[in-house]
Design a protein around this ligand. Structure first.
Ligand SMILES: CC(C)(COP(=O)(O)OP(=O)(O)OC[C@H]1O[C@@H](n2cnc3c(N)ncnc32)[C@H](O)[C@@H]1OP(=O)(O)O)[C@@H](O)C(=O)NCCC(=O)NCCS
Length: 156
């Protein structure tokens, strides 16, 4: 059973550990070790994450063992983060989280959703009806990454 609930400040360390594991495990087929280290440095910068979670809407998916994923988005419909714990991958966690984000944005009257999806995530977003607008190359901590700007019309 997976429950969806709002983020609480006490989740910070657990969610950042989940992010780090998701990147280094689920991202590994798509990016090299230097890129993974630049995306998810070890140790992580907890303060940056604390500010990010506080500035956005964040939902946590949880099963009997604890958090197994999270999503965060901005008021303008931009989905900023989406990570599933490796132990929970391909069990519909991200589907539940993004559905909940889309429902909240619909309720707020936001009709256009966007994201910048990694090579690991764009097939997921495609199954949700997002379309690739353009590929992007971004540089983070000295490493260069390919990702895709994607958009979707949200039901009002
Ligand atoms: C992308 C990610 C969030 C997907 O999480 P998930 O909980 O495993 O996704 P779901 O189980 O809800 O997947 C639903 C459907 O999306 C598609 N999908 C999900 N992951 C996929 C993958 N790696 N490759 C191809 N299709 C994928 C499949 O159609 C899947 O349905 P199926 O399992 O019945 O085939 C997760 O793999 C992850 O955290 N990746 C690493 C971090 C990352 O790139 N995050 C996004 C930053 S933009």
């Amino acid at each position: 059973m997976i429950a969806i609930r709002p983020y609480a400040p006490a989740d910070l360390k657990t969610l950042v550990a989940l992010f780090t594991a998701a990147v280094h495990t689920l991202g590994a087929p798509h990016y090299g070790p230097q890129q993974l280290d630049a995306w998810a440095p070890r140790p992580p910068d907890l303060e940056t994450w604390r500010q990010r979670f506080e500035a956005q809407h964040t939902l946590v998916a949880e099963d009997a063992l604890g958090p197994c994923g999270f999503v965060s988005w901005r008021d303008d419909g931009y989905i900023d983060t989406l990570y599933t714990a490796p132990r929970c991958a391909r069990r519909g966690v991200a589907t539940r989280l993004v559905q909940a984000a889309e429902d909240a944005l619909s309720a707020a009257g936001v009709t256009e959703l966007s994201t910048e999806a990694s090579l690991a995530a764009w097939p997921f977003f495609e199954t949700r009806g997002f379309e690739v607008v353009e590929p992007q190359t971004v540089t983070r901590r000295g490493a260069s990454f390919t990702r895709f700007l994607m958009r979707k019309e949200n039901a009002a």
